[in-house]
Write a protein that binds this ligand. Structure first.
Ligand SMILES: Nc1ncnc2c1ncn2[C@@H]1O[C@H](COP(=O)(O)OP(=O)(O)O)[C@@H](O)[C@H]1O
Ligand SMILES: [Mg+2]
Length: 387
């Protein structure tokens, strides 16, 4: 059996950690060898399980391990050679050598390093399921877009492949006053690059990965969830479910009457917007759901008779169809609008920008010279005409 990955994301405080932890407990009880890892730098798995976890793998119960990943450990583990190079580079520039701590704070490095843990666990095959408790939406989207962003930089800055590396170095030398990376650094970058490519392949495979959105029934959370869903689809990540958490009971008293009506209205909107996703509902409980027992009850309330291991909804990635003498690229992107979007062909790559997020599609060989001539939305799909 190959490893399954279930990642929870959503706005801060909506209940990602609680829902992720309860999902992991249910999976372990069902007999799946499970690890829950937190990639949120503000770890709260220890608080949820009411037991100290930390950066090393810690056994919680039969079939259940947990780990709060440390970006510094991750950089040390995976980026040692690169660190050596960066230190050298910094010192030739009269700067102090860099420490792992400093590398871990460079944009994107911690996210990238954390993803390599996931890739390792998948490769080792020790677990049936990896449950990821990630940072609030913005941060976790950074985590997910990292492999692609990194591949892009690597291909532009360091045309990878040993042969190209050798070609580029002598050429580069006269123009650069900085040290040119030696073979071991190239080797290390190559490994890193391959590793990240693998992670991306794992994360976009809807047979392996399911991303579950967690939200609360209020306007702010709905708006953020719609945006997150759009960006996730833009990057081709398979979202299969939405968990609506902290729903007030009918008997929560007069004070909450107005809130209950607001929540009902928002949940109706959610039903109509997220028809492609399985929607789970979870009531606001009258005590804080911490500790294994309460979390297990929370899990039962979320999934009912459904199996948390299941893939609840399948996504359709980019698809090319012929239409007369043009090709239409179809990409699922509900909630995006043309006003917020930018489209162009940049030397064989189709670039789609929505707000601050950019996705680069490497066009198939036969389409590399085609330009996006028009685009329209059709039932939540973006149809891009390429000529
Ligand atoms: N259904 C619920 N009922 C009551 N409290 C909840 C529920 N879900 C989460 N909480 C509480 O809300 C707070 C935030 O939850 P948490 O899982 O840490 O959210 P996130 O990881 O999204 O920041 C925690 O105190 C948690 O125990
Ligand atoms: Mg959390």
């Amino acid at each position: 059996m190959s490893t399954r990955i279930i990642l929870f994301t959503g706005k801060g405080g909506v209940g990602k950690t609680s829902v992720a932890a309860s999902t992991a407990i249910l999976l372990a009880k069902k007999g799946f060898k499970t690890i829950i890892i937190s990639t949120d730098p503000a770890h709260s798995l220890s608080d949820a399980f009411a037991t100290e976890i930390g950066p090393k793998i810690r056994k919680i119960s039969d079939n259940l391990d947990a780990q709060e990943i440390s970006a510094i450990d991750a950089v040390n583990k995976y980026w040692d050679t690169l660190k050596g190079f960066l230190s050298g580079l910094f010192s030739t520039q009269g700067l102090d050598p860099v420490s792992s701590e400093e590398i871990a704070t460079l944009p994107g490095f911690d996210e990238g390093a954390e993803l390599l843990y996931v890739s390792d666990y998948v490769k080792q095959g020790n677990y049936d399921v990896i449950v990821m408790d990630s940072a609030p939406t913005g941060e976790s989207l950074k985590l997910l877009s990292f492999p692609e962003a990194m591949s892009w930089y690597m291909e532009k800055l360091f045309p990878i492949g040993r042969r190209t590396a050798k070609l580029v170095r002598p050429l580069a030398r006269p123009f650069l006053s900085v040290p040119v990376p030696d073979d071991s650094v190239f080797k290390s970058m190559e490994n890193l690059y391959d590793g990240l490519k693998e992670v991306r392949n794992i994360l976009v495979d809807d047979k392996i990965t399911s991303i579950r959105l967690v939200c609360t029934p209020d306007r702010m959370s709905l708006n953020e969830t719609m945006r997150a869903y759009t960006y996730l689809l833009l990057y081709g990540y398979p979202v299969d479910a939405l968990v609506i958490n902290k729903i007030f009971h009918g008997n929560s008293g007069e004070f909450f009457e107005k809130w209950r009506r607001i929540q009902e209205g928002i949940m109706k909107e959610m039903d109509s917007y997220f028809q492609d996703l399985k929607i789970f509902r979870l009531m606001f409980s009258n005590e804080e759901p911490t500790g294994s027992e309460r979390l297990q009850n929370l899990g039962r309330e979320i999934y009912g008779n459904s199996d948390p291991y299941e893939v609840f909804s399948r996504s359709i990635p980019i698809e090319y169809v012929k239409s007369g003498d043009a090709i239409i690229a179809k990409i699922k992107l509900p909630f995006a609008s043309k006003e917020r979007m930018n489209l162009y062909n940049r030397s064989g790559e189709l670039v789609i920008e929505v707000d601050n997020w950019r996705r680069v599609f490497y066009l198939p060989q036969t389409l590399q010279n085609k330009q996006p001539t028009s685009a329209e939305f059709n039932n939540g799909y973006l149809h891009i005409q390429l000529r």
